[in-house]
Write a new protein. Structure first.
Length: 270
């Protein structure tokens, strides 16, 4: 029986391939097997993965054919490690923010497999920087909350009341499809008219597109719009800084930077 391999779980950053860390590049060059998410730039694999590495696409995409169940990903990590392989689990953004890293860690621990975790730049930080929106700023906000309002999210009315009244900047992941509900709940609970929202589509990529609006004018300005995935939502007084400090070109294209999972499943890197 071969000696057990090792699994490295690493964040690839939010999209721009230059935002990957040096440590993750080293892991890419050494990996024999790479299990990669959908929201990882193809350029990263083309530039840094060893030519001999086996690339396994295990992306997830809401309501899309080809989405890989988390249980399958867990099984693949264990299977390759038990074969003695050096395995890299490459995730978009950072590994600890709204990812299923806990499930993967539990599977590795249950099978006695050695692992390492390498952080990455999470989408909130990338989107804010490339939109010219400081997440904290004097007289605007001194704290940030990372949230999600996805299909499984259950937030109490008391919590929505708190979110509406807090001075913290709110960053919503995986919530653009339910953004009208988010806005309705916050405005119903009296969120300040000083606060605005920004939707950052495909942050840090050449196709980044930023749209801003008052929450109370959301229906007029953005109501009914379908946002390109991935989209991240920033809500707070800091959003008002976007117009003054935006520096990255806004691209109105509806093209997708990240391939759908259905296309990735048949993709073989040359």
């Amino acid at each position: 029986m071969p000696q057990k391999g090792k699994v490295i779980i690493a964040g690839a950053g939010p999209g721009d391939p230059d935002l990957i860390t040096v440590k993750t590049v080293k892991a890419l060059r050494q990996a024999e097997v790479i299990l990669v998410d959908r929201l990882v730039s193809a350029e990263i694999l083309q530039s840094y993965a060893a030519p001999s590495a086996e690339i396994v696409y295990v992306g997830k995409q809401c309501r899309s054919h080809g989405t890989t169940p988390q249980a399958t990903i867990n099984e693949l990590l264990v299977e390759y490690a038990l074969l003695g392989k050096q395995v890299l689990r490459l995730k978009g953004g950072d590994v600890s923010i709204f990812s299923n890293v806990l499930d993967e860690l539990q599977s590795l621990v249950a099978h006695g497999i050695e692992y390492e975790i390498i952080p990455g730049i999470t989408a909130a930080l990338g989107a804010a920087a490339y939109a010219g929106i400081p997440l904290t700023a004097r007289q605007h906000s001194t704290a940030v909350r990372f949230l999600t309002y996805y299909t499984y999210s259950k937030l109490t009315e008391e919590y929505w009341q708190e979110l509406a009244q807090t001075e913290d900047t709110l960053v919503f992941y995986m919530s653009s499809e339910r953004l009208a509900e988010v806005v309705e709940k916050l405005t119903r609970h009296g969120i300040s008219e000083e606060k605005q929202l920004a939707v950052v589509e495909q942050a840090t990529t050449p196709l980044q597109h930023v749209q801003t609006s008052s929450l109370y004018a959301y229906e007029k300005n953005l109501g009914g719009k379908a946002f390109v995935s991935p989209s991240l939502v920033i809500i707070g007084k800091v959003v008002s800084l976007h117009q003054e400090f935006k520096w990255f070109t806004n691209n109105p294209s509806r093209e997708h930077y990240f391939k759908p999972v259905s296309e990735q499943m048949g993709l073989v890197l040359q």
